[in-house]
Design a binder for this molecule. Structure first.
Ligand code: ZN
Length: 267
């Protein structure tokens, strides 16, 4: 398969899938998400691939969903249409990454915002460059109940999750390391090598054992209510899309909304 929005590289036992729209800060369009989902299925089916790295080409991992693409393709979705679209492309695709039967590592530099945050946090491990930062400013700036997959309280303490969502502030890589949300911070120039080194170390382990231990670890979250909480939030998120607050923000225009989100993320 030829991809237009991602890169797929086989590096020995490691597959590296990179979001490849650097001129748009790897904004996630419908086509990009489709290609990513297809690539993940391909890596999962490839017996030679033991570990998957998810990366972003250019200065930033991902600025989130491609809102301009969404407006062009789905200008006035009904409740039913939006639900279906977000369930398949945002919720199901994310959970498929979370459930991938092989270990995954997010390789993050620059901005990792909103749906970028959601995507990176679906991976098992995260390696960051020093310039990486995370944010989810959409509740504060746009009036939606965060993102479709509310992974935040599972990857950080509840207190901090609330602060980040209530204020929209950025979480720098160093702080993310301190709280255990990520595994490693390395100089920007060393990011690719260090991530690949970690991937190869993981790839040395017997793959069936890794598959089982990942399954058990993910089931630990399930036993704590992970999926129930996520699916309940998805419903609330859909409701927020049709709230008066969100509609008012839409009327201000997409550019104003995006710039408000960006400014909020900068604080
Ligand atoms: Zn949504």
């Amino acid at each position: 398969m030829n991809y237009e929005n991602i890169l797929y590289e086989s590096l020995g036992p490691v597959v590296r899938i990179s979001l490849n729209r650097p001129e748009l800060r790897n904004a996630q369009s419908r086509m990009l998400l489709r290609e990513l989902d297809e690539a993940l299925r391909r890596a999962e089916a490839d017996e030679g691939a033991r570990v998957v790295i998810l990366a972003g080409v250019g200065d930033h991992f991902s600025s989130g969903h491609d809102l301009k693409n969404a407006r062009a393709e789905r200008p006035n979705p009904t409740v039913e249409e939006r639900w279906l679209y977000e369930e398949e492309h945002f919720y199901d695709y994310c959970l498929r990454l979370h459930d991938l039967r092989k270990p995954t590592i997010a390789q993050v530099q620059g901005a990792c915002i909103a749906a970028g945050f959601m995507l990176a946090n679906m991976c098992d491990l995260i390696v960051c460059a020093e310039d990486a930062f995370f944010s989810d400013p959409v509740a504060h700036s746009m009036g939606t109940a965060s993102l479709e997959v509310l992974v935040h309280p599972w990857v950080m303490g509840m207190r901090l999750a609330k602060e980040l969502l209530f204020t929209g502030r950025r979480l720098p890589a160093v702080e993310a390391l301190q709280i255990g949300m990520i595994n490693k911070v390395v100089p920007r120039a060393a990011l690719e090598d260090e991530t690949l080194r970690l991937a190869n170390t993981v790839a040395d382990a017997p793959p069936f054992g890794l598959k089982l231990v990942k399954r058990s670890l993910n089931r630990t979250w399930d036993a704590q209510g992970f999926r129930v909480a996520l699916s309940a939030h998805f419903d609330g998120h859909q409701l927020s899309h049709v709230s008066g607050e969100f509609q008012k923000n839409l009327q201000r225009g997409l550019d104003a909304t995006i710039s408000a989100a960006k400014n909020m993320g900068a604080k």
